[in-house]
Ligand binder design. Structure first.
Ligand code: ATP
Ligand code: MG
Length: 764
């Protein structure tokens, strides 16, 4: 016991050993919230207050859940496999698999990621002849998810005008389509579980009795439905309710755009009658200057619950700030710094490059690639989102659930097998007429179309038959061959990479099987009818038998179904590069909860960070500032910040002012690295391109500006023409006199650096 608790300070110890009542731990970044939560789980188990199966712990990402399980097994000799520690989505998936009948789902229901969801919506609109300009599919998707996140079905949404009524009607039709196809989207996982437990008293009471301790990390980012879900799971308001232990930081609430409601923290305090509110104020992560920068920045926000952070670690180094003329130069500078760090012995995986939007990673990746520095990107184009992987997964999905129309449509004619649009139209008509899936409608299609469709059915059924007794990884291999995917990419000019990825899918399956315990030590999967044997069967006081969604997914799902859920839920994990000592690239959002020795926050420009969209929303800039707070507090020892005067984004060059956040940092804690390039005239700011650029708050008065108009007669912003590159615009000028050089953006030829004394340029 001593062991478990001796690494805690007094407040942390108090938090870990609180009595079994609901409690809120409110504390800033790096103060040990996650450590406290994990240690409390171990302490509860070790002191015999609860068995591992009586714990329900919710984390924000799969990565965090895995880490928690690893830390737990390191703390005490228990088998953590099958413990209920996961994300909301992961835990709901498990519950719905076990109780699929009660939830009115096929056992092999499949999960739509957001890309799949959007195509399902597009398909629906097409089928219903809805004008997708008037009702853009993406808007409908946001509408549906927003409603679901609040726990509302179509019938519960109040529509105020015809336009809205149409959305509601389409929402309902979308739900029907999903139900018919046996698929659920992310928001549905939660809503369906919530409805199941609200409706089904014995089941609800069973889980409420079981989960004596519910623990939630990153509580500030829960949305309305998740909050209601927690109430239900813990039996809040009832005599013998479970205790909810919530840890969070209002200053790190960064998911308002996805429906997160930071008000849940105060609601929680009130509704769960929290007696124990503990604040942790000692930061163990960051050196002093880094922490000061974070504290002073966030003090600019108005709506805060209020808390402080201090550190014993000493000031450490100042935050280094760098200004560059272009995004390419910024990337070059970062590479240089990274190389220096590596040469000094810093580990690559302890260095993180953070950015506000995924699109910014391209330039960084290119520079890293050219310098042969191994790196790993989280998010962005994810492994399970690549086209070739999606195709292979669709074959597997179809074999697991023949009625998944999305999967059917994705691969029915990929690789091409002569099934044209006309045949598919016929098939869709038949499916509508008989109200069945596309698969089931095939026998109703006559003629040539019918026979080619039949060929496809034979292929799927053949593969099903051939793989029925094979281990997962062999099954995947068979499907890659039988589907014709490998042959298809062999004949494609740039198919080698795709084949390599498909092979990685086999490795991913192998890894999954060993990690999830489908190996020898786990009970073999016995098929759906054998659930009673594999799961734990419990008879309630009312004589109702409940098969508990217990242990790991191995007992309630086939390896294939489990793997397919994993592919949808854990799309963020790029298995292919796991394990390598690589530089870490990610958005600030996905860096939440993580820490690194050295952090670069890049692209700190007005319009990018804070993001331009935030200007349109109330409280938008405060949310961006919290995001910046999250970014700063990821760093332990060294922090770099950079921005660039010009940036090529989405095919356009943007002229940027530096982020207002620089003006909110304490002078003592920062160090401007003087840029080597000559500062240019900022006259282009006089002509704002958008209302955003003209925002009055955009401070730009801090760098010692050293303007000297180049005497070459050229000026920034000037339109020019070049014999080879065509028309362009000067975005920066370096040097002067006889050695003047200019960065010129030539649109489709990209950015060029030309010596003005040599290049034949014409002023336009
Ligand atoms: P975030 O808000 O970013 O999620 P957090 O509050 O969850 O941060 P942790 O990740 O739990 O903070 O802890 C931050 C770091 O401080 C970790 O490396 C952790 O191991 C360390 N730490 C926490 N408490 C102590 C302690 N009492 N002694 C030494 N190190 C500690
Ligand atoms: Mg944490």
């Amino acid at each position: 016991m001593q062991n478990l608790l001796h690494n805690l300070n007094a407040e942390q110890l108090a938090a870990v050993t609180l009595p079994a009542q609901s409690a809120l731990i409110l504390a800033g970044a790096g103060s040990g919230k996650t450590r406290v939560l994990t240690t409390r789980i171990a302490w509860l188990i070790q002191t015999g207050q609860v068995s591992p199966s009586g714990i329900l712990a919710v984390t924000f990402t799969n990565k965090a859940a895995k880490e928690m399980l690893t830390r737990l097994s390191a703390m005490m000799p228990i088998n953590t496999r099958g413990m209920w520690i996961g994300t909301f989505h992961g835990l709901c998936n498990r519950l719905l698999r076990a109780h699929h009948r009660d939830a009115a789902l096929p056992q092999t229901f499949q999960i739509l990621d957001s890309q799949d969801q959007l195509s399902a919506i597009k398909r629906l609109l097409k089928q219903m002849n809805v004008d997708d300009e008037k009702y853009p599919p993406r808007n409908l998707m946001y509408f549906i998810n927003g409603a679901k996140d609040q726990g509302l079905r179509a019938k519960d949404v109040e529509a105020h005008d015809d336009y809205n009524r149409k959305f509601v009607e389409l929402y309902d039709l979308y739900d029907q389509q999903c139900q018919r196809e046996g698929v659920v989207d992310f928001a549905e996982l939660l809503l369906r579980t919530y409805e199941l437990l609200s409706r089904n008293q014995p089941l609800r009471e069973h889980y409420q009795r079981r989960f004596r301790h519910v623990l939630v990390d990153e509580f500030q980012d829960t949305n309305d439905l998740q909050y209601k879900w927690l109430k239900l799971m813990s039996g809040q308001g009832q005599v013998d309710s479970g205790a909810v232990f919530a840890v969070g930081d209002d200053d790190q609430s960064i998911y308002a755009f996805r429906g997160a409601n930071v008000g849940n923290m105060t609601a929680f305090e009130r509704e769960f009658r929290v007696q124990n509110l503990i604040k942790l104020e000692q930061n163990y992560r960051s050196h002093g200057h880094i922490l000061d920068a974070a504290n002073i920045l966030i003090a600019n926000n108005s709506k805060r619950l209020g808390k402080n952070l201090r550190t014993d670690a000493g000031h450490g180094e100042q935050v280094r700030i760098f200004e560059s003329s272009s995004d390419l130069q910024e990337a070059q500078w970062i590479i240089e710094q990274v190389k220096n760090l590596i040469a000094e012995g810093w580990s690559r995986s302890e260095i993180a490059l953070l950015y506000r939007s995924n699109a910014q990673s391209r330039v960084l990746e290119h520079a890293l690639f050219s310098s042969a520095i191994p790196y790993r990107v989280y998010g962005g184009q994810r492994f399970f989102e690549r086209a070739e992987i999606k195709h292979a997964i669709a074959y597997l999905q179809l074999m697991d659930n023949l009625h998944n129309d999305s999967a059917f449509l994705r691969v029915v004619n990929f690789p091409t097998r002569g099934i044209g649009a006309k045949a598919l139209e016929q098939l869709q008509d038949a499916a509508r007429q008989y109200n069945c899936s596309l698969y089931a409608a095939v026998p109703y299609v006559a003629g040539k179309a019918g026979s080619s469709l039949n060929g496809f059915i034979k292929l799927i059924e053949g593969a099903r038959f051939e793989t029925q007794n094979l281990p997962l990884q062999e099954m995947v291999q068979v499907v890659l061959d039988a589907s014709g995917l490998i042959t298809h990419y062999q004949n494609e000019k740039e198919g080698a990479d795709r084949i390599e990825n498909l092979e990685q899918l086999v490795s991913a399956a192998t890894l999954f099987v060993s990690e999830e315990g489908y190996g020898l030590d786990a009970p073999a999967f016995l098929g759906p009818q054998a659930q009673a044997v594999a799961g734990t069967s419990i008879t309630t006081a009312d004589g109702i038998e409940i098969i508990d969604a217990d242990a790991s997914l191995t007992t309630i799902m086939s390896p294939l179904s489990a793997f397919l859920s994993h592919a949808s839920l854990e799309a963020g994990d790029n298995q292919a590069q796991a394990g390598q000592d690589a530089l870490q690239l990610m958005t600030v959002h996905s860096a939440k909860g993580l820490e690194f020795d050295a952090v670069f926050i890049t692209g700190l420009e007005e319009g990018l960070f804070p993001h331009e969209n935030s200007a349109k929303e109330e409280g938008g800039v405060e949310e961006e500032r919290r995001l910046m707070y999250v970014a700063i507090t990821r760093a332990r020892k060294r922090l770099y910040m950079s921005f660039s005067q010009t940036r090529m984004l989405h095919g356009q060059t943007r002229y940027n002012m530096r982020s207002r956040f620089f003006d909110e940092l304490p002078d003592e804690s920062i160090k401007w690295l003087s840029p080597k390039i000559q500062q240019q005239q900022h006259s282009w700011f006089a002509q704002p391109k958008s209302a955003w650029d003209a925002a009055p708050e955009s401070g730009n008065n801090k760098i010692a500006q050293n303007f000297s108009r180049p005497d070459s007669g050229w000026r920034i912003g000037q339109n020019v023409a070049h014999a080879k590159f065509g028309e362009g615009v000067i975005v920066n000028i370096e040097g002067g006199g006889g050695s003047t050089r200019a960065h010129i953006n030539f649109g489709k030829f990209g950015m060029k650096l030309l010596d003005l004394s040599v290049a034949k340029l014409e002023k336009l």
